[in-house]
Design a protein around this ligand. Structure first.
Ligand SMILES: [Zn+2]
Length: 249
């Protein structure tokens, strides 16, 4: 099926309008207690995802950030479920999320780069792979999610919140090379289309995935491991959730 560019531009425009409208509206209409949120810890202990520049598994970064986000959202009064899976089965993970009937689903990941950019160095006495070429967060939504427009609205709010805190996004997933070449739905906000990603496509709630930082980048790995960076991202998520919760479907 051919994608209709005008259709997506219209949705994007609406998402931006919602963001602007919220900024000029001081009172919150959000009933946090009736707004369940699912936070999905990307990967699992046995299938840990990317390996950082110093050899730490991505899963550990995802788990630590998900925990910080959970605490921040609990303070806001949202019922939060953190999904952790022992295997990487995305279909069962989506089914577990759907059984909770969340109003919003956010999957937490940390990023790597394509193998041709990786170099070798010694960290903690071991040979590891790194690349300092790219840094920053990225957001993904699926146009095959049944609530794609709401997914994009949330991603827009989250991108705005991250940028407000001085956190830059990465454009490396749009590079026209094999295994990248993703469509940047919003080039000003680092929001990409990842239509076929099972977890984003199968979850029936508005859904987004964040790559919170490039952990094969040596500086970014150091920053990603700090409580300060986790807090900045968690505050951004909380701000975006509140904004999103303010606008019922
Ligand atoms: Zn991942």
């Amino acid at each position: 099926m051919e994608r209709n560019e005008y259709f997506y531009l219209k949705i994007l425009f609406r998402a931006v309008l919602l963001a602007v409208a919220h900024q000029s509206s001081p009172a919150s209409a959000c009933d946090a207690a009736s707004f369940p949120v699912v936070i999905d810890i990307g990967h699992s202990p046995s299938q840990p995802g990317a390996i950082s520049a110093t050899g730490r598994p991505e899963f550990e970064f995802n788990r630590d950030l998900a925990t910080t986000i959970e605490k921040q959202l609990l303070v806001g009064g949202y019922p939060v479920t953190v999904l952790q899976s022992e295997s990487g089965g995305l279909i069962s993970r989506a089914a577990r999320a759907n059984a909770i009937h969340p109003r919003l689903f956010l999957s937490i990941h940390h990023d790597s780069v394509q193998p041709q950019y990786l170099q070798f160095w010694t960290a903690n006495g071991r040979i590891e792979r790194y690349s300092d070429r790219f840094q920053g967060w990225s957001l993904f939504v699926s146009r095959d999610n049944v609530q794609f427009d709401r997914s994009l609205s949330f991603a827009t709010a989250l991108a705005n919140a991250l940028r407000t805190r001085g956190l830059p996004f990465s454009r490396h997933h749009a590079e026209p090379i094999s295994h990248e070449n993703k469509t940047l739905l919003d080039p000003d906000r680092g929001i990409y289309a990842y239509d076929g990603l099972v977890i984003l496509r199968r979850v029936r709630a508005p859904a987004a995935l964040i790559e919170a930082g490039v952990i094969v980048n040596r500086d970014e790995e150091r920053r990603a491991a700090t409580p300060e960076r986790r807090a900045l991202i968690a505050e951004s998520v909380a701000q975006a959730v509140l904004q999103f919760c303010d606008f019922p479907p």
